[in-house]
Every structure is written in C-alpha cells, then in structure tokens.
Design a protein around this ligand. Structure first.
Ligand code: THU
Length: 141
C-alpha cells in the first residue's frame, strides 16, 4: 500500500462526509500495521459539538475492529463541490493519534491529491506530546 493509494482512498471516502453545517468535507484513510485500511469522513450534528472529524472516525472504526497498531494516515479536505485542499488534522485528532501511534514513526500524509502530498511524522505535528507513557506507574523514589 503506497501513499498515493492511501490518498486515493481518503479522497473517495470524503464523498460520504455529512457536513450540512460547515460544508467542509474531510476524508481520512488509516493504514494499520497489518496492512488493512480503515476509512473515515467527518459527520456533523445539529448540536455541533457531537460532530466527529474524519480522522477520529477512521481510528474509532479501526480500534473497534480490533486494530491498535498503525503506520500512516492520509487526510484530505475541501469545501463541498470545490477543489481538494490540504487539511491539517485538528489538535484533538492529533492527540487521538498519539494514543495509538509512535510519534516518531507514524506518518501523516497531507496534500491536495494523489500527485501532490507531503509526509509528516506525528512528532512533527504534535511536539512534546502527552501520551500513555506519561501515565505509566513509576517506582517511588
Ligand atoms: N474536520 C475534520 O474532519 N478533521 C480535522 O482534522 C479538521 C476539521 C471537520 C470537522 C468539521 O466537520 C469540519 O471539518 C469543519 O471544521
């Protein structure tokens, strides 16, 4: 699975976005260590805050199917009916990635299409992060 194909899947799932309030559609394709791809779109809500981003939809789908190890996620956005745009993941989505992914190896693929994307590590997008290791029980001094 190369990143061009992952981006293609993000573009496809973006068409399922439910965005009557923002009109901004996002698609995400999450590649697990086992090689499976879990796709997600943003799903908005009349009460606004229950809305969920595309990236978290993909993570929730994957984890609920038993996957907990991931290699990369491709994300793409843009207004409905308009051109595809680079869509950097929001802070909450970055933190959700941090829960399951190694900041130094997990890659985030952002761009405007299958021929135009850049690859970032999670630690580049979420430096000095707080993660599960911060809550590991420490020996008392
Ligand atoms: N959105 C995502 O799906 N992912 C992000 O990381 C940023 C924002 C969605 C949420 C909302 O439905 C719309 O984009 C506008 O904020």
């Amino acid at each position: 699975m190369d990143y061009k194909e992952l981006m293609k899947q993000a573009i496809e799932i973006r068409n399922r976005a439910y965005t009557p309030y923002s009109n901004y559609q996002v698609g995400a394709a999450l590649l697990s260590e086992s090689g499976k791809v879990f796709c997600g779109c943003n799903v908005e809500n009349a009460a606004y805050s229950p809305g969920i981003c595309a990236e978290r939809t993909a993570f929730v789908k994957a984890v609920s199917e038993g996957e907990r190890e991931f290699r990369a996620i491709a994300v793409i956005g843009g207004a409905a009916g308009g051109p595809l745009e680079l869509a950097p993941p929001c802070g909450i989505c970055r933190q959700v990635m941090r829960e399951f992914c190694d900041p130094d190896t997990f890659e985030i693929v952002l761009g405007t299409g299958t021929e135009d994307y850049q690859v970032y590590t999670l630690s580049q997008l979420l430096p000095m992060s707080f993660g599960p290791d911060n809550l590991e029980k420490k020996e008392m001094a």
